[in-house]
Ligand binder design. Structure first.
Ligand code: PRP
Ligand code: URA
Length: 210
């Protein structure tokens, strides 16, 4: 199976990610940037959604137009940091449902620890976008997709803002059937499992904790 890994090259995305990376960027601006980049990546990730023809009337005439073909959508953020991405993506797809997967990385082992999984009851019928700003070792994203697949969910796509090559390799090996959209692909992971050059701890920068 040929995996679809898309790394964004759009200048707006690159510019905004550069601003996100800067130490001096404030929490407020960081949040705004996460929001803007998430929407831009979502725009790309939804480009193949099916359309159906509909007859409508403009103030001037009748016409055959197109609209989304009733495909139901769902956004599943990996908490905490994915939550702000999901909120932003809802501006583009306001009728989407939201599922939540709560997970944090154990600081010693770097293994994901799950503490919540709450999903819409009809999620199996939906196109599902799993979102998390950071794909570092890949452990959190792999485990989140495992959780969803175990529940019979098949139409899955993963969106992140920054990825490490190690995380991309692990993710694509574990889930070769899941398309991945990445805002920027960085150099490597450091000895603490942080993405270098990265932007630090995404959750801390969004919520102003540390
Ligand atoms: C961050 C990030 C991912 C995870 C990525 O979350 O938002 O979920 O680390 O690392 P991985 O690819 O090595 O698993 P974190 O564990 O810091 O939790 P938080 O969002 O609650 O801050
Ligand atoms: N989680 C983060 O928030 N940042 C990293 O660089 C790695 C994992």
């Amino acid at each position: 199976m040929r995996q679809q890994v898309t790394i964004m090259e759009h200048p707006l995305i690159q510019h905004k990610i550069t601003r996100m990376r800067k130490t001096e960027t404030s929490t407020k601006e960081f949040r705004e940037l996460v929001s803007e980049v998430s929407m831009l990546i979502c725009y790309e990730a939804t480009k193949n959604l099916p359309l159906t023809e509909v007859e409508i009337e403009t103030p001037l005439t009748k016409m055959k137009a197109v609209e989304l073909s009733g495909k139901k959508l769902c956004v599943v953020p990996i908490l905490r940091a994915g939550l702000h991405m999901a909120d932003s993506i809802l501006h583009l797809i306001p009728n989407a449902r939201i599922g939540h997967i709560g997970m944090y990385r154990d600081e010693e082992t770097l293994q994901p620890v799950e503490y919540l999984c709450k999903l819409p009851t009809d999620i199996k019928e939906r196109v599902v976008y799993v979102v998390d700003p950071m794909l570092a070792t890949g452990g959190s994203a792999i485990s989140a997709i495992n959780q969803l697949k175990q529940r019979g969910i098949t139409n899955l796509t993963f969106l992140c803002l920054i990825a490490a090559p190690e995380g991309v390799e692990a993710f694509t090996k574990a889930h070769p059937d899941v398309p991945v959209y990445i805002g920027a692909l960085d150099s490597h992971l450091n000895e603490h499992g942080y993405i270098v050059p990265g932007l630090g701890d995404a959750g801390d920068r969004i919520y102003g904790t540390n």
